[in-house]
Ligand binder design. Sequence first.
Ligand SMILES: Cc1cc2nc3c(=O)[nH]c(=O)nc-3n(C[C@H](O)[C@H](O)[C@H](O)COP(=O)(O)OP(=O)(O)OC[C@H]3O[C@@H](n4cnc5c(N)ncnc54)[C@H](O)[C@@H]3O)c2cc1C
Length: 512
Amino acid sequence: MKPVLVWFKRDLRVDDHEALTHALLEGPVLPVYVVEPGYWANDYTSGRQWQFVRESIAALDSELTGLGQPLWTAVGDVVEVLERLHSRFGFQVMHSHQETGPDWTFQRDRAVKAWCESRDIQWIEHKQHGVIRGLSDRARWAQQWGAVMDAPRLARPAALPLVARPPKPAVDVVAHVSIADERLVGSQPGGSVEAETLLNSFLQTRGERYRGGMSSPNTAETVCSRLSPHFALGTISVRTAWQESQAQRARFQSEKSAEAKRWSASLKSFGSRLHWHCHFIQKLETEPRIEFEEVHRGFIGFRPIEETRLDWLERFEQGQLGWPFVDACLRCLAQTGWLNFRMRAMLVAVASYHLWINWRETAHVLGRWFTDFEAGIHFSQIQMQSGVTGINANRVYAPIKQSMDQDPDGRFIKRWVPELEAVPVAWIHTPWRMPVSMQHQCGCLIGRDYPEPVGDPVQMAREARERLTNWISTHDLSGEAQRVLKQHGSRLRQARPRYGKKANSPQLSLDV
Ligand SMILES: Cc1cc2nc3c(=O)[nH]c(=O)nc-3n(C[C@H](O)[C@H](O)[C@H](O)COP(=O)(O)OP(=O)(O)OC[C@H]3O[C@@H](n4cnc5c(N)ncnc54)[C@H](O)[C@@H]3O)c2cc1C
């Protein structure tokens, strides 16, 4: 009997795996993963992401081997790999999950589709989560998302009949792939077991203070779920996290204690974010051009890429802007691969408004740094925080205020910017204002041990606001804003086009 091929992509798990479950109903399964050097040459990829993928491939292979059929892993162009497997096994059906990725994977999928058609192979793509392919109307999206999330989860297969052993075990194949190795501080390990452990610890202990603790980088590190790289690579399904968190929430909702109230509020917030996960990816699914072009076409040319000051971009990449809290966030992200939402948003606001860096430049720098790089969330969020979507409030974060609010005692700053270790708390947010005698006293001379600030943040923000106001007043933006709203706007609350006003969008209510 000819095997059915299951192409593992960003779904490296065996639980709640629609493609695997359906393929097994049709015959013995040949599970395949292809490492694609072409993908890893893109500007938004990095060694830290590869390390996470590599560990997740190894974990998947060990699960599949335990079930009876090890993973076939190959390096190269997917079409060429499929062609070779087809010559050997003659498979006629291939299952995979739908993938909403950057343009590179979109074009690759087109090539695979064309190849399947040329070989008369049926390629069946299953829903990966709440993103709806071919969606024509955002109005019913939330219900459709709910239907996917509330549907029963699919059990892991009891066994996989052996089709054939691969020529080389997956770990040996991936060991020889050379993609920049990065040594991070406390990087997150890949694999489904890790994902389940994280979900459990979040639901049992860490998540209680999620709502109050997600905004400060001091607390976010532990109270946030940290599941993002796992969702990005599908080592756990979003549905699993949704169902387990909502079951836990239901248990607490009937209780009156302060602890139960905290849990209930936190798990409600967590559920909203799982919703946003798909809400943002849906934008790229519906309009793939937003990887390259402003969501609101009226903002094309607003912040020309040629105007990006390369010296400022370099200081941004090096965490050497001279604004301690921003530098701490940049260095934390560069060294760990993770940062909480609020601080990611602040970094983009600083890059876009204060430094006037084009969002595409920022998207690539940050994309490489995020272990959890997820194109749909990433490009949509970067554009939203850069003020070019036309339907979201413009948040020009004040970096010094954020510093005082989120890190009042400078603990986070001192952790990531050790040259400021001896600076008294009174000066930690603005060390350039420290009297020179004090600088000598604490052994930190500004301009020698720590850079002069890139500019006055208040003045730079004022200039940015003026440029934005000027653009809005000299361009007719309302028609395109209506289109964006219709195509991408959340329907959970009544949204409307906004330019530079206070937030009313649920994606911007930050639970503080
Ligand atoms: C500029 C910018 C870029 C971002 N790029 C990415 C990215 O490439 N990949 C990515 O997964 N997230 C991205 N986010 C969203 C968010 O910051 C991360 O999902 C979150 O910090 C990951 O940590 P966590 O898993 O502990 O999240 P939790 O707070 O525990 O949330 C649970 C899950 O909900 C989803 N989620 C949380 N917040 C958001 C949000 N605001 N929008 C959409 N989904 C959300 C994520 O899947 C996350 O894992 C970005 C945010 C900003 C401001």
